[in-house]
Design a protein around this ligand. Structure first.
Ligand SMILES: [Zn+2]
Ligand SMILES: [Zn+2]
Length: 543
């Protein structure tokens, strides 16, 4: 058994140092300021140790969170930081232990931690333990998949695990390693792409709630496996390294509550933005796969073909969510008569729970029992913690808050759409969305904007968009050639009531328009013509 020590200390002022030393000889020193996302790395020993990204990420995260656990202003934050420091320390020690005893023997195969095809170096493990390898790509401990004849590598858990581990293909975390990074040609081939190539051997086909709320509810299993992987993920998709990668990975996992020193919910756009690099790749495939499996109603319906730029249309609440065109036909025909049209169906369950499916509307919802319960609960919590903000649906119990669940589903839908579009051969698309469907299209546009070489957007049309008016909207328009048109109405009472209440006083972009305005972001006031949340279809003419 190797002995590993990890010691973090303040050198002077804001600079800290973290030393990882193994009794076997190799050692690693990370130095940087407490906010450094990219510490200076020095080391001696085998590259498996000194060039191990997962090890460096976790060690540096341990050091910075240890510093936070004494420097953050209040005790609750300090405790949270100490907890995360501990988690990173445990993972860093485990990786260092494996990495300090590698042999020259290696295997080549797909890695279930970073989804890349890499060499995996065998490490010595105590007798009686399952073997361990180290992925040369990401540094995570791996072992051969327990599936008969499978050549892929599974993620190796810590310590003396004896239960068989399966690769991401055999766990159905990913449709297939090699096809996950391939293109699908036409969008209508998306179903084939999502079909699994291997049988699920792990018996974990059911997504298990992790007991945490919000973003965490539906974390792709591959990302949830360990902080080590959270770190690797950040590195892989964001181009981040070190603690930023770990933070990012964890923010993606939902572990990034602001109080714990992470990006938290504020990091939403950031996370989405950074995710762009993953679109069309293996990690994107894993995320898409997870999100699609959560939403039985998700599918893309081709409404018609045509020679023009393909139009993607997405409805939200208070609209006809059945098959076919719903209310969209006239609106789209007038502006894009030659275009193929695809409709994204999503979130039937979430929208139903929100009580805003079909005509009867927000009045019923806002007066309804679910809303009142959520409001009462939120008010109680808020009175204690947030102060006198009218909180209503701004409940902290996000998992049971129908608004938050539907909103989160719409964002995931946007990511699925972006990932699928990034896999097609099309050069450009037009996105059209209404209500929470507009929110999904905003997320899709933002995600695509950070994907270099991905498809462009000819234009996006947002009707009654259920998304906050104020943000840095650069990422929304970065992939757009013509413009993002935001049709908003001050007479949209649903947005006025529901959005303002549910989002704790925020204003929806669909009500008053986006601020600040970017070059290619146009607010179009249709208050004259649109007197309600469902009036856009008949009364708006797309620019
Ligand atoms: Zn790897
Ligand atoms: Zn396998």
């Amino acid at each position: 058994m190797s002995k590993v020590s990890i010691v973090a200390r303040v050198i002077d002022g804001n600079r800290i140092e973290c030393r990882v030393v193994s009794a076997q000889g190799p050692e690693l020193t990370l130095t940087g300021s407490v906010d450094d996302q990219d510490p200076e790395i020095n080391g001696q020993g085998d590259p498996a140790f000194v060039e191990n990204r997962a090890l460096a990420s976790n060690a540096w995260a341990y050091a910075t969170f240890t510093h936070k656990s004494v420097s953050l202003p209040d005790r609750e934050q300090q405790t949270a930081a100490a907890k995360r420091a501990k988690a990173h320390e445990t993972v860093a020690k485990w990786i260092a232990e494996v990495a300090s005893d590698v042999t020259t023997e290696s295997r080549h195969g797909w890695c279930s931690a970073c989804f890349g095809e890499h060499s995996h170096r065998k490490a010595k493990r105590p007798a009686g333990q399952l073997p361990s390898y180290l992925c040369v790509g990401c540094g995570s401990p791996t072992l051969p998949c327990a599936g008969p004849t499978c050549k892929n590598m599974a993620v190796r858990g810590r310590g003396g695990v004896r239960t068989p581990r399966y690769c991401a293909e055999h766990r159905h975390e990913i449709p297939g390693f090699s096809k996950a990074s391939q293109t699908i040609g036409d969008l209508s081939n998306y179903r084939e792409f999502l079909e699994f190539e291997k049988r699920n051997l792990s018996g974990t086909s059911k997504l298990v709630g992790l007991g945490l709320s919000g973003l965490l509810m539906a974390t792709p299993a591959a990302l949830a496996a360990a902080p080590a992987i959270g770190g690797a993920v950040g590195t892989v998709i964001g181009g981040y390294t070190g603690a930023a990668a770990t933070n990012f990975g964890l923010a993606l996992l939902g572990g990034g509550a602001v109080s714990a020193g992470g990006f938290g919910m504020l990091g939403g756009t950031l996370v989405i933005g950074a995710l762009g690099g993953a679109l069309g790749g293996t990690l994107g495939a894993s995320i898409t796969n997870t999100y699609v499996r959560e939403d039985k109603s998700f599918h893309i319906e081709m409404l018609r073909g045509g020679p023009g730029t393909a139009v993607i249309v997405c409805s939200g609440f208070l609209s006809q969510n059945g098959k076919g065109w719903g209310e969209w036909r006239e609106l789209i025909n007038r502006r894009y008569p030659d275009s193929p049209v695809y409709r994204v169906h999503w979130g039937a369950k979430e929208l139903k729970n929100l009580g805003l499916l079909g005509g009867s509307g927000a009045a019923k919802f806002v007066g309804g029992a679910a809303f009142k319960r959520a409001a009462a609960r939120a008010a109680k919590v808020a009175a204690k913690r947030i102060g006198p903000i009218a909180p209503a649906l701004m409940a902290l119990d996000l998992a049971h808050n129908p608004w938050h669940v539907a909103k989160s589903r719409s964002e995931k839908t946007g990511l699925i759409v972006a990932d699928l579009l990034a896999r097609t051969d099309e050069k450009s698309y037009v996105l059209i969305g209404h209500s929470l469907g507009a929110r999904a299209m905003v997320v899709a546009a933002q995600a695509l904007s950070s994907k270099s070489g991905g498809p462009r957007l000819e234009a996006a049309h947002l009707l009654g968009a259920a998304i906050g008016a104020k943000s840095d909207w650069f990422t929304l328009t970065a992939a757009v050639d013509e413009a993002v048109y935001n049709y908003h109405s001050t007479n949209d009472r649903v947005l006025k009531m529901l959005y303002t209440v549910a989002q704790g006083g925020q204003t929806a972009a669909g009500l008053k328009g986006f601020t600040p305005i970017e070059d290619k972001l146009q607010n179009i006031d249709v208050s004259e013509q649109v007197k309600g949340h469902s009036d856009y279809f008949e009364n708006v003419i797309l620019r």
